[in-house]
Design a protein around this ligand. Structure first.
Ligand code: ADP
Ligand code: ZN
Length: 209
């Protein structure tokens, strides 16, 4: 799954992963979980994430290497938020070859900058478990996490200044990955990411067949 921050990679990726019954590896989620658990990886990643910068390639590649080497990934997997640099994409090639399979497709969710800023400024996540709050919860008086009852907060990197930096980083470092995949002959699906969640999912499924 590729696309700018807030394009809906997580939402669409979860639906796809459950539909195809494969694990979903979302590097951002893994890093935030590590941070909540207070691990070394989490602490190392946090300062980059909060500033809207990318976490160093080496940290991320090690993390994805572990995930793809696990038995759960044997029958396929979905990657969300990785690769985000051309260097990561090159390293992923080798990791994928080791698993004896190929990447099937890149799903690129296309959403305008205005829409991204709008979406991220109203997004709330649980400070305890990381669950994304459904939009209905945002309008209620006392919103609590539907999964664990925890407090819903604005993700530190969803503040407007940081969102602007994440968009810049996306243009500078991650868009070139899309060009790299296109040149290498990979199937890249450009999917309009606006409209109902279900409609976007249908567009992706139609592109994958
Ligand atoms: P979004 O796609 O909405 O920006 P993510 O949860 O995917 O959100 O990522 C949040 C942050 O986690 C990024 O801004 C970055 O700091 C870090 N991160 C996630 N994936 C990677 C990656 N592949 N390479 C480097 N940093 C990453
Ligand atoms: Zn929660």
């Amino acid at each position: 799954m590729m696309g700018p921050p807030g394009a809906g990679k997580g939402t669409q990726g979860e639906l796809l992963a459950s539909r195809f019954n494969v694990p979903r590896y979302a590097t951002g989620d893994i890093l935030r979980a590590a941070d909540r658990e207070g691990t070394e990886l989490g602490q190392a990643a946090r300062k980059y994430m909060d500033a809207g910068e990318l976490v160093p390639d080496e940290l991320i590649i090690e993390l994805v290497g572990e995930a793809l080497g696990a038995p759960a990934a044997m029958d396929g997997y979905l990657l969300d938020g990785f690769p985000r640099t051309v260097a990561q994409a090159v390293r992923l090639e080798a990791l994928v070859r080791n698993t004896g399979r190929d990447l099937d497709a890149v799903v690129n969710l296309v959403v305008s900058d205005d829409e991204i800023v709008r979406r991220l400024s109203s997004r709330r996540v649980c400070s305890d478990c990381g669950t994304l709050a459904p939009t209905e919860t945002l309008r209620t008086e006392c919103p609590e996490c539907p999964a664990c009852g925890g407090e819903l907060i604005t993700r530190p990197d969803d503040r407007p200044e940081t969102v602007r930096r994440r968009l810049e980083v996306y243009r500078e470092q991650t868009e070139p990955v899309l060009a790299w995949y296109r040149e290498s002959g990979m199937k890249v699906l450009d999917i309009r990411g606006t409209g109902d969640v279900e409609c976007v999912q249908v567009r992706i499924l139609a592109g994958l067949v």
